[in-house]
Write a protein that binds this ligand. Sequence first.
Ligand SMILES: Nc1ncnc2c1ncn2[C@@H]1O[C@H](COP(=O)(O)OP(=O)(O)O)[C@@H](O)[C@H]1O
Ligand SMILES: [Mg+2]
Length: 240
Amino acid sequence: MRNQPWAAAASVPASALTAELLRVQGLAFAWPNDRAALTNCNLQVPGHGLWMLVGGNGSGKSTLLRILAGLLQPSSGQIDCRGRAALVFQNPDHQLLLPSCGSDLQLWLPAELSPAEGRERMAQVLAEVGLSGMVDRPIHTLSGGQKQRLAIAGALASGANLLLLDEPTALLDPESQSEIVELLRRLTRPQEQPLAALWVTHRLEELQACDGAALMRRGQLGRWQGGRALQQQLAASVHR
Ligand SMILES: Nc1ncnc2c1ncn2[C@@H]1O[C@H](COP(=O)(O)OP(=O)(O)O)[C@@H](O)[C@H]1O
Ligand SMILES: [Mg+2]
């Protein structure tokens, strides 16, 4: 199997397992008139890093992220989160609401920032995602990849340190896809204020970029594994 340029270590680094950012225990949720979407779902995000979830359609991945983002209430279970979470959707057009990059980012800024601090935060997060100087750019002039990077900048502007990304590259061309993977690898590597990202993907090659990967099946998550190991396991099961 060909290695992607953003491939990470083959197994979960032991150093990433010393802290704990998020612990989810026994989560259950059922949509009205539907079978249970989550049943006794457990998840632990050890700390900073790029953590990927993969699983078949309808296995409950989006439901889990929506619960973690506070958009849905679970029927039972416990969520202990030391971080501040922000959701990034598959389609940035569902997330970006205002006409320019700056006006959209403004929505995400914590209320306690002064106007000068707000402008500084906006410039900083635009630079972090590779959109320096684009504060006045109309959003309709951005490419799909740039829009997704702006959505990520919004999450950063809010002060989130746990990004919940639901198939963020599904609508992007291969080049923009690689850029988003590289961006998240950069944001989640050890540094002064490293982020944790929980990334749902259906593109198996993206598993090579993660620090740990887990398989969702019928509303339950398996244990963390090395991304490549899970990629190979799933590729083999498809071809059997
Ligand atoms: N808005 C909704 N209303 C009713 N049922 C839903 C809704 N969203 C998802 N479901 C159901 O919940 C289950 C899990 O879906 P979802 O979390 O979207 O899975 P995944 O993201 O892994 O594809 C599926 O059976 C799906 O049909
Ligand atoms: Mg989904």
